[in-house]
Every structure is written in structure tokens, then in C-alpha cells.
Write a protein that binds this ligand. Structure first.
Ligand SMILES: C[S@@+](CC[C@H](N)C(=O)[O-])C[C@H]1O[C@@H](n2cnc3c(N)ncnc32)[C@H](O)[C@@H]1O
Length: 218
């Protein structure tokens, strides 16, 4: 997501009560941040927050943390929350590079990870930067609960194929997959559309989705 730099973004984020500052200080104690021990779900590369705010509304018994690298993009998510008549309580934001997540969450502290329309990094030499590379799966391994899943959506067929291969190489199991989510009644059930998903499906692009876990459910 490209957005021009917005100079006021840093200041607004610093002052906002839902934006976590010094995120490494809460490692192992996210229940303390939310004031309850409900499961914590994270979206990495949340963009302007459409998916995360909708999920937080839909699941009030869960906690949600959106991670976004760029302050100018995160600003839009914060502004979206502020515009809501009844903003959900169970949501927080962190401005950071997701490569550092094991410094922010302790082992097993994350119940589930959402990756939506992650940047494709098309050059082969940048493959390690893709959020579904095996290097990132190893980072997820360090923070995800035993039964936790990674859910990934994209309209990029090559990135989806890469992601399936990388999950396998990283020793994860793909529990479910589709290359046409909106025509797959089972996987599409309860689907919450992201901003990019709306944009690309309106153009006629089929949406791919996978759900990966480290273990098969018992
Ligand atoms: C293409 S946008 C998708 C936004 C949103 N998830 C959606 O589906 O509408 C990808 C977002 O991921 C963010 N991003 C990419 N790599 C990241 C990383 N390593 N850590 C945090 N955010 C990242 C980008 O800044 C961008 O805002």
C-alpha cells in the first residue's frame, strides 16, 4: 500500500490510546494491556484496518492487534476507528516491522495470525521479505499457540503457490485451501472482506485463501 508521507502521523499515533508504544514491554503480558485474558489475534500488514475493525466488532470475546509498518497507513486505520459511532474496545495497533514479532509476543501468546493481500515482493532476491516465506513461518512458530492458525488471502496466484510451498517446507500443514474463495461456500462462510479483497474481486480477480497450522487438529 503506497501512501504519501503524512507528517502529522507520528504525533497522532503517539497520542492515541489504542496505539501501543514500546511494544516490546508487553511481551508475555498482553492480557494486562487488554485487561482480560481473551485470546489475542493479530493481522500483519493491516493497511487501513477495514478487516481488523470488522473482526473486532464481530468477535467481542477476542482481542485484536493490527500490525502495520508505515505510520501514514496506520494513521488511516486509527482515523477509521475514531469515526466509528461505537468503536470496539478489543482492538490495538502497533507500528512496526513484523520481522520483530518474537520480541513483542511470547511463545504461544498469539491465538491466530491473519495475512491479507501481503506485498508480493516479486523479485526472487526479496523472497525472504514475503510474509509467507519460510523465514516468516519460523517467526510465527515462535509466537503462535499450539492450535493456532495462519490465514492468508491474496489474489496473486504466484504468491499463493509460493506460500503453499513455503508452508510445506517450513513443516506446516495446510488445513484448507482454495483458489476461488468467493465461489467456495465452505471456506467463504463468515468471510470478512479486506479493502484489497473488495478492490481486486471487483476487477474479477479470484481470491485465494489458505489456512495453515503446525499440527493437524486432534
Ligand atoms: C497490500 S497492503 C494490504 C492491506 C490490507 N491487509 C488489505 O488486505 O486491504 C499490505 C500492507 O502490509 C504492510 N506490510 C508489508 N510488510 C510488512 C511488514 N513486514 N510488517 C508490517 N507491515 C507490513 C504494508 O505497509 C501494507 O500496508
Amino acid at each position: 500500500m503506497r501512501l504519501r508521507n503524512i507528517p502529522r502521523a507520528e504525533g497522532v499515533l503517539q497520542a492515541h490510546e489504542k496505539v501501543i508504544k514500546e511494544e516490546t514491554g508487553h511481551r508475555g503480558n498482553w492480557a494486562g494491556v487488554f485487561g482480560n485474558d481473551r485470546p489475542v489475534y493479530i493481522e500483519i500488514g493491516m493497511g487501513k484496518g477495514q478487516f481488523l475493525t470488522a473482526m473486532a466488532k464481530r468477535f467481542p470475546d477476542r482481542n485484536f492487534i493490527g500490525i502495520e509498518r508505515y505510520s501514514s497507513v496506520l494513521l488511516r486505520a486509527v482515523e477509521r476507528l475514531d469515526r466509528m459511532e461505537e468503536p470496539p474496545e478489543n482492538i490495538r495497533f502497533i507500528c512496526m516491522d513484523a520481522a520483530q514479532i518474537s520480541e513483542v509476543f511470547g511463545p504461544g501468546e498469539v491465538a491466530g495470525i491473519y495475512l491479507n493481500f501481503s506485498d508480493p515482493w516479486p523479485k526472487k532476491r526479496h523472497a525472504r521479505r514475503r510474509l509467507t516465506s519460510k523465514e516468516f513461518f519460523a517467526r510465527y512458530d515462535a509466537v503462535l499457540a499450539a492450535e493456532g492458525t495462519v490465514e492468508f488471502k491474496t489474489d496473486n496466484q504466484e504468491l499463493f503457490t509460493f506460500s503453499l510451498e513455503q508452508a510445506d517446507e517450513a513443516g506446516w500443514r495446510v488445513l484448507a485451501r482454495t483458489r476461488d474463495l468467493h465461489r467456495d461456500p465452505q471456506m467463504n462462510q463468515g468471510n470478512v472482506m479486506t479493502e484489497y479483497e473488495e478492490k481486486f474481486s471487483a476487477k474479477g480477480n479470484p481470491i485465494c485463501k489458505l489456512i495453515a497450522a503446525r499440527h493437524l487438529p486432534a
